[in-house]
Ligand binder design. Sequence first.
Ligand SMILES: [Zn+2]
Length: 477
Amino acid sequence: MNYEVVIGLEVHVELHTQSKLFCACPNRFVPEPNVNTCPVCLGFPGALPRLNSEAVNLALSASLALNCKVASISYFDRKNYFYPDMPKGYQISQFFEPIGSNGFIDIEDDSGNPKRIRVGRVHMEEDAGKLVHSLAGDMSMVDYNRAGVPLIEIVTEPDLRSSGEARKYLEKLKSHLEYVRVSDCKMEEGSLRCDANISLRPKGSDKLGSKTELKNMNSFKAVEKSLEHEIKRQKKILDAGNLVVTQTLRWDDNSQQTVAMRGKLQAHDYRCFTDPELAPIVLTEEEIEKARVSLPEMAEARACRFVEEYGLPDYDAGVLTASRNVADYFEECLKVYNSPKAAGNWIMGELTAKLNSSGQEIEQCPFRPEHLAELLKMIDENVISGKIAKDVLEKSFESGKSPGQVVSDEGLLQISDQSELETIVDTILENNSDSVENYRSGKTKAIGFLVGQVMKETKGKANPQLVNELLKDKLKK
Ligand SMILES: [Zn+2]
């Protein structure tokens, strides 16, 4: 049978605040367990929560960036369940009235057509602690450093129809949240976590099939893979005439398959009620409007501007604006030296490769925008060749020295002196009479080999244009 895939995503994002959601403990990762704790986040009897206004501001910005309607009054509720990493026996969340609702993110579907994914709700909640299991498997310890860290949960409507769409949605979501700087959104460090609900139904049906929930996916690639795996698994069950069991599954990266965790709790199992110890969050029209106008230029608008203002191809503009830090880097570079296409190429090519291999973020790497500007200027002015420039970038990236400094320290200046190059060209022609004959008998491609020999001789420092001219001129004779 032909099936339609139905996916909804729930994404938890840690908010980038100074302190926790309801106490003054620092919101910062430390390796030592249970040091960022106090009676409030440890759930001592009688300790009273106090709401962190910075977290509310960030949740507000996130809601607006996701095109949500912001509630003028929203509440905190208690979600009751027992688990050792939850010291109070309940989690404070927004169950009945979330801060943001009815938003959307626009993506492209698998055929490249525009598609709107509805964001049903954005709500605030506190994180739980963490269980640490001993290697021998005979003991579990609990670390409450993370208990009470502010989160937002972003829930889509079941609008996604493939694993590819899910991945595109997540990439867009991450970009939006990074633009408004509410979180660093590092999936591998757990500051962005994604759960997926997935079901299949016969094509054309509007009734939802029974779903499973996927957890523990620690990268966008893992999300895509585990969804693909789960689609195949459910299809097999349905094709055999059986029913999919509603349950929570965990993605196992090692075996590359989903593994059952537990039967899924239904919402009413949590016995939610409004927290009597916390006042509602009240946001006035003016406060919401003020937050709205202070949103930065978002990725899509910025990409359009890059095409218009800098004449970049759509593709380049899309890549350069996917992250706000990359887009900022690009524009910083242009302020010093205005060469948009070249700057874009170097950022997307060599610099990205260096960042990936060194595991650094663009905003922290020692190769600053003004360094790139200096490098581009040196290439344009024929001070160094494009080939040497790659080495210069590498050395500058590693040492933090400016490209000019690297060039003078390493003696990498381009040889553009005609008489110096002529001597080298003459020697190469003398030693490669075969290629010279080939060229003169019409095999003009032979010149490529000769250029290569000159570059080799000069360790890449010869001005390639000048070498070409000299060779052509001499081969004519
Ligand atoms: Zn605390």
